[in-house]
Design a protein around this ligand. Structure first.
Ligand code: SF4
Length: 814
């Protein structure tokens, strides 16, 4: 603090405030307790001083007059908009009493803990849920269709998640000699400069392009990157898996794959029984053989060779056959014909000749062929996908196909390729799928997590309840009743939950609802207690996802508001008599323990990168035994190899190879609906200035993007008599919503692209308006309950609709 009352605090932008997940380094200038400026930290290795408009507008955000500044208790009926201000102590006492009563009467699992995308909230809601005793953390999107799904899918195939390599692992970035420039990056359904991705930035790709990296874009929209791509494939939404299978078809049949990687690091040589279609296991060959051990055919001895999963090895001298068939004697005296996984994989791939791919995807065969060749011949090359892959019921098989691409082309965990992403120093602040933080649910609680009995991938990898099943359980009470909900920055009604009116009904069925947020939203209006939360500038925290490890440093306070970590900590102490931490800094120290640093020490440094040889630092960790807990080379999968054939999907009774499945609400699967609703509806148009449902009340940002937009091609607009800037209804069998037409060549004639997350803070909060939550809500047009076969993914980006001009009476907002 200088004499003038000004202080400059270096911190990390992480959730509440700008909203996104990048983790930019920022410097906050605070004068007499007020934020006067937020700047990009020029020394930060990730953003080097660059900053987005949402961060620059934090001066308007932090001190906004509409910010909640005291706990509120519902004074009228739920949704009536009547509130009584109470103290924090009163709020804590009330919440403790009501939540304990529900726990005593119905069990802790009957209380749900819902989150939005706020990244520095999940750890603390986990702390709260697990100390309370509930395993049911819920993310509102149908099919849990964002990020966690892709992590689960990647873990299933290759044991770890991955990201494209823009040298983000090194403080000196592109100058680091270990890094290699990618020759090609495939941007798959990703408007990356506007879409706030997790720990990846659009400007990194621009940096790479300036250095010579070429881009392939797969997207129905003409994005900024699409317009600057070597190849742009304008596919029909929801057909990504068919494009990926087409790529595999070209790469496999033209011999463009990395044979050494396929032989050594995938399960391509393992044998499949032709009678059951399942993997042959040692237990099939001899009594007492292990089911965890798979079998290959030794081309030297012309005999089966057991793949010992514990030692990750075949018998000495064995040379597993990669392609072909064989006959194997079984323990019961019978014989069975087998084929290698690679042989069966090739047959699957051959089901996607490019003329079929073209028919499915609407992309000409020659374009698919050229793009596939371009990607496969580029060394190194990376692929990165956006939420369209998560937001389809065929999510996991699509992710499987994409992972197969970077694996068989030898681009996994190599410099400039798809690099495995782990928490820096293994310090887990944020328990993503398959990773547990310093707090975890008890085994007894975990067994009751909603839908884990139904969906193997949720049981194995995801730490969340399956959303669609959760919503139904609120109504059915089966297998146990749901009585309460904690909503942390989770705007279920305003933009997160599909079928928002159903979510309103669901909330009204609950006995007790707590909302924690910075502003009132349509969802907070349906709570019993609302707690005013803090922005990232008002708290301490850590960010370890993925690298570097860095601290969030409190720069200021806003009277009356508290950070989620503090709220969670206080209530956790009340719920759990054995609560082990004395202070928040003790807890943060504990999270950071694997790094060998305390919170204070890391704060001094600002950020830290894991050293070479650490499992959270690249490259080629599978060769060095850095990935598996047993220290043997390989991956964290059941076979220890990248699984072109998924042993877990086999176990779960699902297609073990990647496949394409037609989306459930498409012109092909529902021609009856398409006759009425001939346009493809894609939702989730990203705005660089608004983050999901946030920022509608921030003047600078709203001025830049004032209205809910639907993008329509000029020919389609003209066919419907719609002019640029006119208000239109977008309608389908689920509902309708009002948007302003942006007439643009960015979308094809057969598709419209609608913005999501729209509500109007300036309109009344009480029902029926709920801040205008139902007028321009893209989720009116989207159902719950269409999740994928494994519970992952939902048809959020490929529905059907029609558009027509609104009447002047409809246009309240204009
Ligand atoms: S780009 Fe993302 S992480 Fe960086 S300041 Fe903006 S919102 Fe925060």
């Amino acid at each position: 603090m200088s004499e003038s009352g000004v202080k400059r605090v270096r911190t990390t932008s992480w959730s509440a405030g700008p909203g996104c997940h990048g983790g930019c380094g920022v410097v906050a200038t605070v004068k007499d307790g007020r934020l006067v400026k937020l700047e990009g930290d020029p020394e930060h290795p990730w953003n080097q001083g660059r900053l987005c408009s949402r961060a620059l507008a934090m001066t308007q955000y932090v001190h906004h007059p509409d910010r909640l500044r005291t706990p509120l208790k519902r004074a009228g009926e739920r949704g009536e908009g009547k509130w009584e201000a109470i103290s924090w102590e009163e709020a804590y006492d009330l919440i403790e009493a009501r939540m304990k009563a529900i726990r005593d009467e119905h069990g802790p699992e009957s209380f749900l803990f819902t989150i939005g995308t706020g990244r520095d909230i999940y750890p603390w809601i986990s702390l709260l849920a697990y100390t309370y005793g509930s395993p049911n953390i819920v993310f509102g999107l149908s099919g849990n269709s964002c990020y966690a799904t892709r992590i689960s899918a990647c873990k299933m195939v290759q044991g770890d998640y991955m990201v494209f390599d823009a040298a983000q692992w090194f403080p000196d970035r592109y100058d680091d000699p270990r890094w290699v420039q990618p020759e090609c990056i495939v941007i798959w359904g990703y408007n990356i400069p506007a879409s706030c991705p997790d720990n990846l930035f659009g400007h990194w790709i621009v940096d790479l392009m300036k250095r010579g990296t070429k881009i392939v874009t797969i997207d129905p929209r003409l994005s900024w990157f699409a317009s600057r791509s070597e190849h742009w494939l304008q596919l029909r939404p929801g057909t990504d898996a068919a494009i990926a299978m087409g790529f595999l078809h070209v790469i496999v049949n033209e011999g463009l794959y990395d044979c050494a990687f396929v032989e050594k690091w995938t399960n391509a040589a393992h044998l499949l029984r032709t009678d059951t279609g399942r993997l042959l296991r040692e237990s099939d060959l001899r009594a007492g053989g292990a089911t965890a051990n798979f079998v290959a055919w030794d081309a030297v001895r012309s005999a089966p060779a057991v793949w010992d999963a514990a030692s990750q090895a075949y018998p000495a001298g064995a040379q597993p056959l990669l392609e072909g068939t064989c006959e194997v004697a079984l323990a019961d005296g019978g014989r069975v014909a087998c084929e290698t996984v690679w042989t069966a994989f090739r047959r699957e791939v051959d089901r996607y000749p490019l003329d079929r791919v073209a028919e499915i995807t609407m992309v000409p065969a020659e374009q698919v062929r050229e793009a596939a060749r371009f990607y496969a011949k580029a060394k190194p090359a990376a692929i990165h996908w956006g939420v369209p892959i998560d937001m389809t019921p065929n999510m996991t098989p699509t992710a499987h196909a994409l992972a197969a691409l970077w694996c068989i082309t030898g681009n996994l965990d190599v410099p400039g390729g798809n690099v495995l992403a782990r928490f820096a120093f293994n310090a887990v602040a944020y328990a993503l799928p398959g990773t547990k933080s310093v707090f975890a649910p008890s085994a007894e609680a975990e067994a009751k997590r909603i839908a884990t009995d139904r969906y193997g991938i949720f049981k194995k990898f995801s730490l969340r309840a399956q959303t669609d099943v959760t919503l139904e359980q609120i109504f059915t009470g089966e297998p146990y009743p749901i009585k309460g909900m904690w909503m942390a920055a989770s705007n279920l009604i305003g933009g997160l939950g599909q079928d928002p009116k159903r979510w309103v009904e669901a909330l009204k069925k609950l006995d007790f609802v707590v909302a924690v947020d910075l502003f009132h939203t349509p969802s907070t209006q349906l709570a019993d207690v609302v707690l005013p939360a803090a922005s990232f500038l008002e708290k301490d925290g850590v960010r370890s996802w993925w690298v570097p490890l860095q601290t969030i440093n409190k720069a200021m306070t806003v009277e009356g508001c508290k950070p989620d970590i503090e709220i969670g900590f206080e209530l956790a102490r009340r719920f759990d008599p054995g609560f082990q931490w004395e202070s928040i800094h003790d807890l943060l120290d504990d999270i950071l323990k694997p790094s060998g640093m305390t919170f204070g020490e890391l704060q001094e440094k600002g950020w830290a990168f894991p050293p070479e040889g650490h499992p959270s630092a690249p490259y080629r960790r599978h060769e060095k035994g850095l990935l598996r807990p047993d220290g043997t080379p390989g991956f964290c999968t059941p076979s220890g190899r990248v699984e072109l054939y998924s042993t877990l999907r086999e176990e779960w009774g699902l297609e073990p190879f990647p496949i394409f499945e037609e989306p459930p609400l498409s012109p092909l699967s529902r021609p009856d609906l398409a006759a009425q609703y001939p346009l493809i509806l894609s939702t989730g148009r990203r705005s660089p200035v608004l983050y999901h449902t946030e920022h509608r009340q921030i003047p600078w940002l709203r001025a830049l993007d004032p209205d809910p937009i639907v993008e329509i091609h000029p020919a389609t607009a003209s066919e419907h008599g719609i002019g640029a800037g006119e208000w239109v209804w977008v309608e389908n069998s689920f509902g309708k919503a009002l948007f302003k037409a942006k007439v643009t060549l960015e979308v094809p004639t057969w598709m419209v692209m609608a913005a999501h997350g729209w509500w109007f803070p300036e309109e009344p909060g009480a029902e029926p308006s709920l801040h205008g939550a139902f007028r321009s809500n893209a989720n009116n047009l989207l159902p719950m309950g269409y999740q994928g076969k494994d519970g992952q993914g939902a048809p959020i980006k490929h529905g059907l609709c029609r558009v027509y001009k609104a009447t002047p009476e409809d246009v309240i907002h204009a």
